[in-house]
Design a protein around this ligand. Structure first.
Ligand code: NAP
Length: 313
């Protein structure tokens, strides 16, 4: 049985992540009152219909007033505007957190609006799908997924522990690291792979048009998976690249060098180099499966499991 961890818990932004948090907290009874605030009246109406919040409002500031925990679940570029609205309403001891896929820029954007009597504890659940909005969320999204908590220097330990406890209670494994380190790690594990997907699908679509080819019609497994990733939310991903620019450019530089090496191996018929490379990468997939972050089932186990498709972000 779970214990109530927060009295008034506020989720701002009823999208995939926000609605999943609200559903998980409600289902596991981790807060006495679950409040969902969204700027869009139509989204608020849909959240009322779906029934996963005790209170629903369009007024972000009113929602945050008296809250014990406020979690901003909005695109990274909107974190500043949200902090500006809710910051002045935070009561002594309240925690302001977020779920953004970039951490350095979010801390910079939000910190100036957090009063000295409240605590900023940013976090990033490494779990998601390519779908958006309040209907896309589900309570088990975070189960056995990582949640990376990035406390700013000097953060209140008790606040960090309380937020980490909430993520654990929602089923996540919690890891603490600096925002800078998070942004570098996620650049290579998530941001660059998404950019590659956006790029390859764009190239194929253009080929289809200019060569009247049948690239899309005959798309095989590899390409199909890229199209799934490349259908992820444009606003979210635009912000990821705008706000994690340095780390993404650093990792893209390394990626390009390695791609050139593979290109050379193909040009000069260096089968040994290609074979060695593919053997090394195959072992990496095995270790991810051993760590329980993926299943060995074909098609990434997504359809086989009959569950919503997962993509770590
Ligand atoms: P989503 O389903 O598109 O939901 C975004 C929410 O943010 C919507 O409720 C939207 O409100 C709200 N919003 C957008 N701009 C806003 C603004 N300027 N002011 C106030 N609210 C605003 O997105 P999501 O997938 O839940 O992503 C939310 C955050 O989670 C992002 O920072 C993303 O980086 C992070 N994240 C995403 C994933 C993933 O796989 N999707 C995984 C981990 C973390 P409306 O309803 O009015 O449009």
């Amino acid at each position: 049985m779970s214990a109530v961890l927060f009295d008034r818990l506020v989720v701002i932004g009823a999208g995939l992540i926000g609605s999943s948090i609200a559903r998980a907290v409600r289902e596991k009874e981790l807060a006495t009152t679950v409040v969902v605030a969204d700027r869009d009246a139509a989204v608020c109406a849909r959240v009322r219909e779906l029934g996963f919040a005790h209170e629903v409002t369009e007024d972000l500031a009113a929602a945050a007033t008296g809250a014990d925990l406020v979690i901003a679940c909005v695109p990274v570029g909107a974190s500043r505007a949200v902090a500006e609205q809710v910051g002045p309403c935070l009561k002594p001891g309240a925690i302001l957190s977020d779920v953004g896929s970039v951490k350095g820029a979010v801390v910079e954007a939000m910190a100036p609006f957090v009063p000295a009597h409240a605590h900023l504890v940013p976090a990033h659940p490494v779990a998601g799908t390519e779908f958006s909005g309040p209907d896309a969320g589900f309570a088990s999204l975070f189960e056995n997924r990582w949640c990376i908590v990035t406390p700013p220097e000097g953060a209140d330990e008790q606040a960090v522990d309380r937020l980490s406890g909430l993520w654990r209670a929602m089923g996540a494994n919690v890891e603490l690291m600096s925002a800078h380190h998070h942004d570098l790690v996620l650049a290579i594990t998530s941001h660059v792979p998404h950019l590659i997907a956006y790029n390859i699908v764009g190239t194929a679509a253009e080929l289809e048009e200019t060569l009247a080819s049948e690239v899309i019609k005959f798309s095989a497994g590899g390409f199909r998976d890229f199209t799934r990733i490349a259908s992820s939310d444009p606003t979210m991903w635009r912000d990821v690249f705008l706000y994690n620019r340095d780390a993404v450019l650093e990792m893209l530089g390394r990626f390009t060098e390695d791609l050139t090496a593979l290109q050379r191996a193909i040009r000069y018929g260096d089968g040994d180099a290609l074979f060695d490379h593919f053997t090394r990468t195959r072992a990496i997939r095995r270790s991810i499966i051993e760590l329980g972050q993926e299943t060995a089932a074909p098609d990434f186990g997504r359809r086989a499991a009959g569950k919503p498709r997962h993509e770590q972000s």
